[in-house]
Design a protein around this ligand. Structure first.
Ligand code: GDP
Length: 193
């Protein structure tokens, strides 16, 4: 089955988004680091399976070793299924993503989010960055431009609406994501003709 994957740090709102997309209830706010995936569900509005991969990155109460294991499992899943994955959705917390990226940028450190974005691209998986919790962001355009910059996309973000999808999962406002995913699906169908 055609597949769309969701990846993102813990607490960015992945479960909330999954619930919004599928109509299923998910275990939000559960014990961090408890791997609930990969979980496969039908994306009701569109015609494919959506897979929720475990949250990666820092989680309080989760050991570094365990975090590395989770990350390795995600990477392996993506590598193994790359051929069938139509779109990768990297979910970020719009309020904190840029700060977290900057805090973890250094001479020999690549922030998880940036790494994951490039990893998906390297696997030739069309990628949409779902920038969640936009209800908490005041300086919307500026924040999204900064995010583009950190991901290596030339601002302004409005040039990248197939890639950058600001959403409010909690309020059910995910049109930009639906739109961006749909664009990539159509592009691939055209390529297949
Ligand atoms: P996960 O760990 O990535 O699955 O994150 P959850 O879905 O459990 O959400 C983490 C927290 O973020 C919860 O308290 C959610 O209610 C909250 N959250 C999710 N989406 C939004 C949003 O669009 N806006 C705001 N303000 N909070 C959100």
């Amino acid at each position: 089955d055609a597949e769309v994957v969701l990846v993102g740090r813990s607490n960015v709102g992945k479960s909330t988004l999954m619930r919004e997309i599928t109509g299923h209830r998910f275990d939000t706010g559960g014990k961090p680091g408890v791997t609930r995936s990969p979980n496969h569900y039908d994306w009701t509005a569109q015609d494919f399976v959506i897979t929720d991969l475990p949250g990666f990155g820092f989680m309080s109460g989760v050991e570094g070793d365990r975090r590395e294991q989770i990350k390795t499992a995600i990477v392996q899943y993506l590598e193994t299924h790359a051929d069938k994955i139509l779109v990768g959705v990297l979910v970020l917390d719009g309020k904190s993503a840029v700060d977290i990226i900057d805090r973890h940028s250094g001479p020999d450190e690549i922030p998880y989010d940036v790494e994951m974005y490039h990893f998906l691209r390297d696997l030739d998986i069309p990628t949409v960055v779902a920038v969640n919790k936009m209800d908490k962001v005041d300086d919307r355009d500026e924040r999204l431009d900064d995010l583009c910059d950190r991901l290596g996309l030339l601002p302004p973000w409005k040039q990248w609406q197939d890639t950058i999808a600001p959403i409010k999962a909690k309020n059910g406002q995910i049109d930009a994501l639906n739109e961006a995913v749909r664009t990539h699906l159509h592009e691939q169908q055209r390529d297949d003709l």
